[in-house]
Design a protein around this ligand. Structure first.
Ligand SMILES: [Zn+2]
Length: 63
C-alpha cells in the first residue's frame, strides 16, 4: 500500500502532506491542511469551513 502525495507546485522540491485535525466532538477532520515538507518553502494550504486559504510564510498579505 503506497501513499502518493502531490509534489509541491511552488518549490518542486518537497511534497505536500495532509494534516488532520479534530473537531469539538472529537470527530476527525481529515486533510484539513496540506503542508510542504521543504522547510525552506513553507507552502501550506488550509481548508476552513469549506474555504481554501493559502499560507505564504514570508509574504505579507495585501489586506
Ligand atoms: Zn514547497
Amino acid at each position: 500500500m503506497e501513499a502518493q502525495y502531490p509534489s509541491c507546485q511552488k518549490c518542486n522540491n518537497g511534497i505536500l502532506i495532509p494534516l488532520s485535525d479534530y473537531g469539538r466532538q472529537g470527530s476527525e477532520i481529515r486533510y484539513k491542511a496540506w503542508v510542504c515538507t521543504n522547510p525552506d518553502c513553507g507552502f501550506n494550504i488550509r481548508i476552513d469551513n469549506g474555504e481554501l486559504s493559502f499560507g505564504h510564510k514570508l509574504e505579507k498579505s495585501n489586506k
